[in-house]
Every structure is written in C-alpha cells, then in structure tokens.
Write a protein that binds this ligand. Structure first.
Ligand SMILES: *[C@@H]1O[C@H](CO)[C@@H](O)[C@H](O)[C@H]1NC(C)=O
Ligand SMILES: *[C@@H]1O[C@H](CO)[C@@H](O)[C@H](O)[C@H]1NC(C)=O
Ligand SMILES: *[C@@H]1O[C@H](CO)[C@@H](O)[C@H](O)[C@H]1NC(C)=O
Ligand SMILES: *[C@@H]1O[C@H](CO)[C@@H](O)[C@H](O)[C@H]1NC(C)=O
Ligand SMILES: *[C@@H]1O[C@H](CO)[C@@H](O)[C@H](O)[C@H]1NC(C)=O
Ligand SMILES: *[C@@H]1O[C@H](CO)[C@@H](O)[C@H](O)[C@H]1NC(C)=O
Ligand SMILES: *[C@@H]1O[C@H](CO)[C@@H](O)[C@H](O)[C@H]1NC(C)=O
Ligand SMILES: *[C@@H]1O[C@H](CO)[C@@H](O)[C@H](O)[C@H]1NC(C)=O
Length: 280
C-alpha cells in the first residue's frame, strides 16, 4: 500500500486543494485526482447552455478515440461552450478514450449546473467553460498527487530532480506540438544507492513554447515546495502536466577486486572481436 496525497493550492476563482487517500500502488491505475466546479456561475436546467455543454462533452467523448487532445466550441453567444480533453502522453489510445468517457460523465454529474468546470484523472483531464481558453496560459486550478514515501538519496534528490526537469523543460520547447510531450528514464547511480528516475513533462498543444515553459516551471515549483521529496508526484494544471517516479534498484554485486580501476587513459575492455574489414 502506498499512501497517496493530493494537494491543491488556493487562488482567487479556482484553486489548487489538499486531500489524501490510501491507494494500491498499481502502475496502471487511473485515479480521480479532483473535480473543480465553479460554484459562482451557474446555468439553469433545460437551458441552451446545458444542451451545448452536453454536446461538448459528447463530442469530446467521440473524438477521444482519435487522439490525445481535442478542443471543441459549440453554440452561439451568449451560450457558447468551449471544451477540451488532454490525455497523458504515455497513455495509449484505449486508456485515453476510457479515461475521457469516465471523466465526461463524471464532470456532468458532479458539476451539474456549473458554467465552468475542470476534472483531473491521472490519465486525462476534461474541462468546459463559457469563456474561451484556447492558447491562454492558466495554472489554476491545479492539483498535486504524491506519495508520502520519500525519494531515495533525499540529500541529493532535490538537485537531481531540478537538473532533470530543467533539461526536460528546455527540451520540450523544441518538440513537436502534438503530442507536446517528453519522457525520460535514467538510472541514477550514486554512492548512497542507485535508483531509476522516470520523469515526464507535457503541455496542452494550444500553448506556445514560452507559455509551455512558464506553465511547467510553475508545475515544478509546486511539486518542489508542496511536500518534501516524495518518491512519486504528478502535477496537473489546465495547460500542462509534470510527473516523476523513482524506484530503488538492487545494489550491484561487488565488483571483483582483481579488476584494475578504470582510468581515462586505459583502453576500453575488449568484449567483442574487432569488426571485419569493410569491403573495398
Ligand atoms: C451554483 O450551484 C451550486 C450547487 O450546484 C450552489 O452551491 C451555488 O450556491 C450556486 N451558485 C450560485 C451563484 O447560485
Ligand atoms: C481549438 O483551438 C485552436 C487554438 O489552439 C483554435 O484556433 C480552434 O478554433 C479551436 N477549435 C475548436 C473547434 O474550438
Ligand atoms: C493500453 O494500455 C493498457 C494499460 O497499460 C493495457 O492494459 C492495454 O492492453 C493497452 N492497449 C493497447 C491496445 O495497447
Ligand atoms: C463533486 O466533487 C467534489 C470533489 O471531487 C465533491 O466535494 C462534491 O461534493 C461533488 N459534488 C457533487 C454534486 O457530486
Ligand atoms: C460567462 O458567464 C459569466 C457568469 O454568467 C458571465 O459573467 C460572463 O460574462 C460569461 N462570459 C462570457 C464570455 O460569456
Ligand atoms: C501566453 O499566455 C498569455 C496569458 O494567457 C496570453 O495572453 C498570450 O497570448 C499567450 N502567448 C501566446 C504567444 O499565445
Ligand atoms: C535534452 O536534449 C539534449 C540535447 O538533445 C540531450 O542530450 C538530453 O539527453 C536531453 N535531456 C532530456 C532530459 O531530455
Ligand atoms: C527538498 O526540497 C523540499 C522542498 O523545498 C524540502 O522540503 C526538502 O527539505 C528538501 N530536501 C533536502 C534534502 O534539501
């Protein structure tokens, strides 16, 4: 059992929350992270807005088998409804579609008459609003899901993690807009112990690269200030996602003491016969 905590940071209209629950550590789980219904703007039942909202959600459901991102606009002013979904870049189409099906149903039942709402699952997010949000940078409402278990080598972990995410955030700006996602896996070998660090960053394809950078820097700062050095964390904001997990590797068997220490000048050990000469 891994204890998972979800945290939310407060802000004006929508916020970032704090809740915790127990969960099995299953790599393929798709937990509901949180639902944010904006209670200050409601619509009335059987209004055009409701019809448009429901059409937005069903359109998103239909397009979720086609890709990891979709946006949609339905209806005439003042009842226009804007919607989108975004699936995590490392989730396959089937899981993405399953997540969007679940999320679109849940958001309508949970935020029945709210004009604006966002729902986050571990695998996807779905939102709708009466205000257009395409290409806008938004960092709230946001959510951090993390384990109570600390990362290995916690003295050096902050540095390792910030080096890793600095690189990923730099590199994602040169990646293609769809899926706008970068993933990394590294064996961190340190005298205190070795572990595998898997990390990923992702932006919504409607963000330009500078807003993507700002969003991910915000996401990284919320994970590095929320909760110590957890061994796993995932941050979701309306426009970007950041996630990492660590797993401790078994310590390597002690190397035979007869091996001479490697020095930069030593030739590499020959483990394969030299390649045959090329045909000329
Ligand atoms: C909107 O509806 C919610 C319940 O869904 C209610 O709690 C809230 O007070 C309503 N807001 C307004 C401004 O009427
Ligand atoms: C989707 O978002 C783009 C901006 O990224 C916007 O130009 C386009 O109109 C939107 N499409 C729909 C169907 O709302
Ligand atoms: C998609 O991923 C899920 C979860 O990892 C897996 O169970 C399923 O077999 C995968 N489906 C396809 C079509 O790859
Ligand atoms: C919606 O979900 C939130 C938290 O996820 C919960 O606090 C709230 O009671 C739910 N509301 C409804 C109407 O289901
Ligand atoms: C969205 O709804 C709110 C509350 O009803 C309203 O004040 C605002 O003007 C609306 N925005 C747009 C772009 O329609
Ligand atoms: C970046 O986000 C801001 C704030 O939402 C927005 O005004 C701006 O247009 C965005 N930049 C681009 C190039 O889309
Ligand atoms: C970032 O890009 C550089 C140059 O392509 C590459 O060497 C490095 O491994 C990348 N790092 C990550 C974490 O993606
Ligand atoms: C790592 O950073 C977090 C958040 O700033 C802090 O709580 C923790 O003590 C730091 N750990 C170390 C070993 O410096």
């Amino acid at each position: 059992m891994a204890r998972i905590i979800i945290t939310t940071l407060t802000a004006s209209l929508f916020f970032f929350s704090l809740l915790s629950h127990q969960t099995m550590s299953q790599p393929q789980r798709n937990e509901l992270m949180d639902t944010f219904c904006n209670p200050s703007n409601n619509f009335t039942q059987t209004s055009s807005y409701e019809t448009n909202r429901d059409t937005v959600l069903s359109t998103l459901r239909e397009s979720s088998s086609l890709g990891t991102f979709s946006n949609v606009t339905i209806g005439l002013s003042p009842d226009t409804v804007y919607g989108m979904f975004l699936c995590r870049g490392d989730i396959n189409t089937t899981s993405c579609s399953d997540c969007v099906q679940t999320a679109t149903i849940k958001i309508a039942t949970n935020c029945t008459l709210n004009k604006r709402a966002v729902i986050y699952y571990e695998h996807c997010m779905v939102r709708y609003s009466n205000v257009s949000f395409f290409s806008e940078l938004e960092v709230r409402p946001g959510i951090v899901l993390f384990t109570v278990r600390s990362a290995p080598n916690s003295n050096q972990f902050n540095q390792t993690l910030s080096d890793k995410f600095n690189q990923l955030i730099l590199n994602i700006t040169s990646s293609s807009l769809i899926p706008y996602f970068l993933k990394d896996q590294e064996r961190v070998i340190q005298p205190e112990g070795s572990y595998e660090l898997e990390s990923m960053v992702q932006c919504s394809p409607d963000l330009d690269s500078s807003n993507c950078t700002v969003c991910l820097r915000f996401a990284f700062s919320s994970v590095s200030t929320c909760c110590g050095s957890p061994s796993f964390a995932q941050v979701f904001t309306p426009k970007c996602l950041l996630r990492y997990q660590t797993s401790v590797l078994p310590s390597p068997p002690p190397s035979p003491s007869t091996l001479p220490p490697l020095s930069p000048s030593s030739p590499p050990p020959l483990s394969m016969p030299p390649p045959p000469p090329l045909n000329t």
